[in-house]
Design a protein around this ligand. Structure first.
Ligand code: GDD
Ligand code: MN
Length: 377
């Protein structure tokens, strides 16, 4: 490109001064990178910006492609993370890895139009806003496609819930496209949960002084190539994130999930027990044994799916050994449960109290052991 005819975002003649870092979290976006850098240059001009590709070791070679681009274009930088995952934490990585005074986060799949960056940057630079948010739901926004209609509904439920719980009022709290001062972002990092992909919401909810937000209606385009990574995990991560923000300090999210699974497991246990006794005509101890195994298996499955979704056991033999060790962990937990409850009961505590304390202690044991030995890394 010809330097003379290209617009430059820097208002001074020192066009080489780095002003904006554009963080692109990536997971299998190899083919989207080169054309996106080109579009960013088209929007922002030749200089004053850098692109930070934060790739979580994508199987399609996104990191190598990013390095290839970087070799001939120093505006492109690469952070390849191995053994870590997540859109939010990738954004955080980017905040801390740039010298640019302003940072933007956007999707690497061309769903976000880099042209909007110009207005967003101007608003934050002038102090009109602390955070510029590209919104899919503001007046004048449009969406090329919602590949699943249920997702639109989910999104509006999520937005309402987010507003209620955090008190932050904006039209698209789940937007993945926003811009702010990088120093502001870094100041908030220690308070961020870094879970899931609701990084914007997290930033806004964490700030002690309310941040001024300005919405920019956007055209949410169709993904250029590859597929969305968020569809399946979207609701789970979102709810876990909200919980973490609200009560996570009192009872850690993972333990709360583990406990919830345990409570559901009791229901499963009862259902199996009654089915065997009433429908199948089996005696109590057999039915109880089958129900115990059934419930443990169910708990293992649901914990693998939900509680430890980020460390999910997938291959058949890992699942099998995971299941075996989960049952072993539960047996130790049950032993602790009975031992503690009996001791308390012998000392004269009411039956219900002794039983509940036993269950509590047993659950902590189950949790500690399975966290370490079933889903440990
Ligand atoms: N490093 C990293 N690690 N990047 C990730 C990860 C991850 O675990 N998961 C997703 N990404 C990247 C993708 O490669 C993409 O560049 C961007 O994050 C957004 O992911 P998509 O998979 O394209 O998400 P989407 O289009 O379904 O979701 C859209 O809506 C969400 C809210 O409903 C996006 O706009 C999200 O940013 C938004 O939060
Ligand atoms: Mn996308």
């Amino acid at each position: 490109m010809n330097p003379e005819t290209q617009p430059s975002m820097a208002s001074t003649s020192a066009a080489t001064v780095l002003e904006l870092a554009i963080i692109l979290p990536t997971l299998n976006e190899r083919d989207n990178l080169a054309p996106l850098v080109e579009r960013i240059e088209g929007a922002l001009g030749r200089s004053g910006w850098e692109v930070l590709i934060v790739d979580d070791n994508s199987a399609d070679g996104t990191s190598d492609e990013a390095r290839r681009l970087s070799l001939s274009d120093p505006r492109v930088r690469v952070i390849q993370r191995i053994g870590r995952r997540g859109l939010s934490s990738a954004a955080i990585e980017g905040f801390c890895a740039t010298a640019a005074p302003y940072v933007a986060v956007m999707d690497a799949d061309h769903q976000h139009d880099p042209k909007l960056l110009v207005e967003m940057l101007a608003a934050v630079k002038s102090g009109e806003a602390d955070v510029a948010v590209a919104s899919r739901f503001a007046e004048g926004a449009s969406m090329a496609e919602w590949n699943r209609p249920d997702r639109e509904k989910l999104s509006s439920v999520a937005n309402t819930l987010a507003r209620k719980l955090t008190g932050v009022d904006l039209s698209d709290p789940m937007s993945g496209f926003f811009l702010l001062r990088s120093a502001t972002a870094r100041e908030l990092v220690p308070g961020l949960s870094g879970i899931g992909f609701k990084i914007l919401l997290d930033l806004l909810a964490t700030s002690e002084t309310p941040l001024k937000v300005k919405d920019f209606p956007m055209n949410f385009s169709a993904r250029r190539s590859g597929e969305s990574k968020l569809d399946r995990a979207i609701a789970l991560d979102f709810l876990a994130g909200l919980y973490d923000k609200s009560f996570g300090r009192v009872i850690p999210t993972r333990f709360a999930l583990f406990g919830t699974v345990g409570v559901i497991g009791v229901g499963v246990h009862m259902a199996i027990l009654y089915a065997f006794m009433l429908v199948g005509g089996a005696n109590f101890s057999w039915s109880q044994a089958v129900a115990t195994f059934g419930a443990m298996t169910f708990n293992f499955w649901l914990n693998n799916f939900l509680t430890y979704r980020d460390r999910r056991l997938k291959e058949a033999n890992k699942v099998f050994w995971g299941w075996v060790s989960f049952i072993a962990a539960c047996s130790i937990g049950a032993f602790a449960n009975v031992a503690v409850a009996t001791t308390l009961h012998d000392r004269g505590l009411p039956t219900v109290v002794a039983a509940l304390v036993g269950i509590g202690i047993g659950s902590v044991w189950n949790y500690a052991l399975s966290s370490r030995f079933v889903w440990g890394r």
